[in-house]
Design a protein around this ligand. Structure first.
Ligand code: NDP
Length: 481
């Protein structure tokens, strides 16, 4: 009996995906560089389905039905290239190599090209949902050729999460690195989702004077509104947690230095390359960096830097209206962050020749992944049919939501600034919103300055087809450049 798919790399993600395939009736060949993981998986979970344990790459390849499908789940980076190098001489034309790790999309583009030259399909697949998702149904974002999706897609759809309407949270995204790119932006959006929740938490504490357990109630209530999402739900859980050692709220004993594994940073780096203003994601990545980079500098700053505000201890807002203001500011900022992330996808699609379908992409994030939320149903609907807005914020339902949120949003940002409470995404999202709708931007002065010191030229609003330059160090007359 031959296996439907082989998995090489049986750490937590690979092992759980292999089990997930087996639970769906597939025969799965298993392989890991060091044999221990294969043996352990067979011992602990071998009875859950049809597995074929193998010890060498040759054995793995021989155990597969054709066209062969080999899923690589090893550490991202050089290990993926090393495994591909071992696999390719053993495979035949039309076989499919799948990389389900968190690979950088440019690596995926290169690997796809190299494999295509050998007649092999290479499919970079974004898998979201952590170990839990891998086992019970992740959100899956496959790239690679459309042809390979015909053979591979149904299997991936089987093991993927399902949205409430039963649709698989897996669909072909686009060629070469499109799947890994979309997964990367998903992670960037996840950073911003967490940061806006963090900013709301801080304002509820420092301005509204709500203790963590009281905030847990607030987040639970919010989870019944348009903010309903996995992250809001688990925020309530984390805020309600009490530390067993001290009896204090758990959140008060956790060091305030946020970690990151790098995909948020990749999103921002790529956004800079594309010239895509994903300010919410960038501020979120920087907020984590600031929190964790220089503990000594933060400590000294607390001692030497003045706040420039009076005594604020009495200024706790008991007005329940403030809590609602924060909720609306959170929602509006979140919408801006999604609008920016989706706009980045559109720009990347143009740059890399992907026909990205934003309705489909939003639909894949509805379940299985960390950013799963009610909102994604609304975003999906906004892009369906032929009424796709140029920017998510232009969808009629979102114009209405933002209009409703704006007075609250402005009050909250003003209050945060007055009180010296950092709210980088609430405020930068509002700045983006205001910049987008403003008839004239200060970029005109930037152009004037650039022309002055560097003869970089400028366009005229009344003569847009030519470039002009002022002879700044001469008679200051204007010339066509
Ligand atoms: P790790 O990233 O910890 O990688 C460990 C696996 O890689 C082991 O099977 C190891 O083999 C293998 N490996 C490392 N170097 C080599 C090499 N040079 N040649 C062959 N095999 C090698 O495993 P995870 O399961 O955590 O993650 C797998 C992938 O999935 C990563 O890309 C990760 O970023 C991604 N991912 C992880 C998520 C998570 O929540 N953990 C979520 C979504 C994606 P050995 O046992 O012999 O050391």
């Amino acid at each position: 009996k031959k296996a439907h798919i082989g998995v090489t790399g049986l750490a937590v993600m690979g092992a759980n995906l292999a089990r997930n395939f087996a639970h769906h009736g597939y025969t799965v060949a298993l392989h890991n560089r060091s044999e221990g993981k294969t043996t352990a998986l067979m011992e602990e979970h071998g009875s859950e389905g049809d597995f074929i344990p193998t010890e060498t790459m040759e054995e793995l390849v021989d155990s597969l039905e054709k066209p062969r499908r080999v899923l690589i789940m090893v550490k991202a980076g050089a290990p993926v290239d090393s495994v591909i190098e071992q696999l390719t001489p053993l495979l035949d034309e039309g076989d499919i190599i799948i990389d389900g790790g968190n690979s950088y999309f440019q690596d995926t583009r290169r690997r796809e090209r190299e494999c295509a030259e050998k007649g092999l399909h290479f499919v970079g697949v974004g898998v979201s949902g952590g170990e839990e998702g891998a086992l019970n149904g992740p959100s899956i974002m496959p790239g690679g050729s459309e042809e390979s999706y015909k053979s591979l897609g149904p299997m991936l759809e089987d093991i993927s999460a399902k949205a409430d309407d039963g649709t698989p949270c897996c669909a072909w995204i686009g060629t070469d690195g499109a799947g890994h790119f979309v997964k990367m932006v998903h992670n960037g959006i996840e950073y911003a989702d967490m940061q806006v929740i963090g900013e709301a938490h801080e304002l509820l504490r420092s301005v509204a004077g709500l203790e963590p357990a009281e905030q847990a109630d607030v987040f639970e209530e919010w989870n019944a509104t348009e903010l309903s999402s996995y992250l809001i739900e688990i925020t309530a859980q984390v805020l309600r947690q009490v530390d067993s050692r001290t009896g204090k709220p758990f959140i008060d004993v956790v060091a305030d230095a946020a970690g990151q594994k790098g995909t948020g940073r990749w999103t921002v780096q790529e956004a800079l390359e594309l010239g895509s203003p994903v300010t919410a994601i960038a501020e979120s990545v920087f907020a984590r960096a600031l929190s964790s980079s220089e503990p000594v500098m933060r400590k000294e700053a607390q001692e030497v830097l003045p706040a420039g505000i009076g005594d604020t201890t009495e200024d706790v807002v008991k007005d329940p209206g403030f809590v609602e203001d924060v909720r609306k500011a959170l929602y509006a900022s979140k919408l801006v962050s999604y609008a920016q992330g989706l706009d980045m996808l559109t720009m990347a699609g143009r740059e890399y020749g992907w026909q990205l379908d934003l309705a489909t992409i939003a639909s894949l994030w509805r379940n299985g992944c960390i950013i799963r939320a009610e909102l994604l149903n609304v975003i999906m609907a906004a892009y369906q049919g032929d009424k796709a807005p140029l920017n998510l914020l232009f969808a009629p339902e979102f114009i209405t939501s933002i209009e409703d949120a704006l007075p609250s949003w402005r009050r909250v940002v003003a209050r945060a600034v007055e009180r010296g409470i950092p709210a980088p995404v609430f405020s930068s999202a509002l700045a983006y919103y205001d910049a987008l709708r403003r008839p004239r931007l200060n970029a005109a002065l930037t152009q004037g300055l650039r022309d002055y010191f560097g003869a970089h030229t400028y366009k005229r609003i009344d003569d847009p087809d030519s470039s002009f330059h002022v002879l700044w160090s001469g008679d200051r007359s204007e010339v066509v450049s």
